[in-house]
Design a binder for this molecule. Structure first.
Ligand code: HGY
Ligand code: MN
Ligand code: MN
Length: 449
């Protein structure tokens, strides 16, 4: 009997190395890249082997569907993201996809059908590591993307539109009982399978994203299994956690501009040093978050210094700010203070600045009824039910606009994530699989109540 949890972890390991990374010396899988395409091809195979019908939607989400007892039944959605941060761990995202596939594989092996369909989704962009803003793919499915949000380009100036229009992975033939020459449906057209997936006229990026929105009512629930990315479960000796909600997130892009100058001849009192100003801003971000207390966190994670020469006083600095809290008012208050401080220090230092709010993700509570079902399912696996808030963002916070959501956390070693040292055991993954399978059965029993 295959240990589904161990196989789910092993498949994340397989996806953790070339050709599933866009960088040779680390795991980095961005949105609409060759590594993304290669990963979808591999995942589509696994979905096909588990008896699913595979399609690529207009937002490049890979969706494997396992039909219910009736055709076109409403679906339980299970999934997570396939993209990663730079120098990532192997499990943040992919584990929620491979565990979803294991849930369906066990039903398929038993020849079981449920009163609802199951769709396993590999969202292509959750981290926002290529384009400004994040969660493009779950927002596309949830129907919460507005067209303007798609007018973005990556750091090489490649528009999201272009990147989507030229992205054509060729997931191999997937789906139950499909012989040679079967077709691989995409949400825009049926195309004969095989490499490369030739899309005579690929959906124009923007239209594809907007067309990916699922019909209201078509999804009964969204379930996401994810590593905790924090130390709590391990500290309490627990394998599983029941997520009660996801913290609110704000993301800003800040530009501070001074005057580049000669490092040798620019007197200190005459300088308008953009990096010294940005450094003061970074310390203000840290201090304000610390003073805010509770679960408030704020981070400057990315910074670019221009012109970036040893002997030039920096004239321009661009950096990100990420502010989060389970308490939206506390998050907003901290953000306000940070922006005010940037304005004050810029004024004092004779700097210009521009602050763009790139993303505002409200706090997202999980559905109480689903939490109760998932709590019972966890208890039935013999594990204590530990409720906790997620400080990390997840696609579930976006999917709650489409349907009720539930999240299952899995212990990860030392709580490390967004780091190649990220680690999870096959045993804990198997406990999660058992809880997910029990949750699905409970959903089936109560379906239509
Ligand atoms: O930023 C986050 O919390 C998630 O990893 N995207
Ligand atoms: Mn994640
Ligand atoms: Mn992440």
């Amino acid at each position: 009997m295959v240990n589904g949890g161990a196989r789910a972890v092993a498949r994340c390991d397989e996806l953790g190395v070339a050709p599933y990374s866009d960088a040779p010396d680390m795991l980095f899988r961005a949105f609409l890249t060759p590594a993304h395409a290669a990963s979808l091809e591999r995942i589509a195979q696994w979905m096909g082997e588990a008896g699913m019908h595979v399609e690529l939607d207009g937002a490049a989400n890979l969706i494997g569907r396992y039909e219910g007892l009736e055709a076109d039944a409403r679906a339980l959605l299970i999934g997570s993201h396939i993209d990663s941060v730079r120098d990532a761990g192997r499990y943040d995202g992919p584990l929620g996809i491979t565990l979803g596939i294991e849930c369906v594989a066990s039903l398929h092996a038993a020849g079981r059908r449920l009163p609802f369909a199951i769709e396993v989704i590999a969202f292509g962009d959750e981290e926002g590591s290529r384009f400004p803003a994040s969660m493009f793919c779950s927002r596309a499915i949830a129907g919460t993307l507005d067209a303007g949000a798609l007018d973005v380009a990556d750091r090489d100036g490649i528009l999201l539109d272009e990147a989507r229009a030229t992205f054509a992975p060729s997931p191999p033939l997937g789906g139950e009982g499909r012989g040679e020459g079967a077709v691989l449906e995409t949400s825009t057209r049926s195309i004969s399978g095989g490499f490369p997936l030739s899309q005579p006229s690929p959906p124009k990026g923007g239209e594809g994203f907007l067309a990916a929105a699922k019909r209201a009512g078509s999804a009964i629930a969204f379930l996401e299994a994810h590593i905790e990315q924090g130390p709590l479960l391990e500290a309490e000796g627990l394998a599983l956690g029941l997520v009660t909600g996801i913290a609110a997130q704000l993301r800003f892009q800040v530009m501070i501009e001074g005057r580049a100058g000669h490092a040798g001849t620019n007197a200190m009192h005459l300088r308008r040093d953009a990096l010294a100003g940005a450094a003061e801003a970074v310390l203000a971000v840290e201090r304000i978050a610390r003073e805010g207390g509770g679960d408030l966190v704020a981070t400057v994670g990315r910074m670019a210094v221009g012109p970036g020469a040893v002997n030039v006083v920096p004239g321009r600095v661009d950096f990100s700010i990420d502010v989060r809290s389970g308490d939206e008012a506390a998050r907003n208050e901290a953000a306000e203070k940070i922006l005010d401080e940037i304005a004050d220090l810029s004024d004092r230092r004779g700097l210009d600045f521009n602050i763009e709010r790139v993303q505002d993700l409200p706090a997202s509570p999980c559905d109480p009824k689903l939490m109760d079902l998932l709590g019972e399912a966890i208890a039935e696996t013999g594990h204590p039910v530990r409720r906790l808030v997620s400080g990390a963002g997840h696609d579930a916070m976006v999917m709650s606009a489409l349907c009720p959501t539930a999240m299952l956390f899995i212990r990860c070693k030392d709580g490390i994530s967004h780091n190649p040292a990220e680690s999870v055991t096959g045993e804990d993954a198997d406990a999660a699989l058992k809880a997910m399978r029990s949750f699905i059965d409970k959903l089936g029993e109560s379906y239509g109540d």
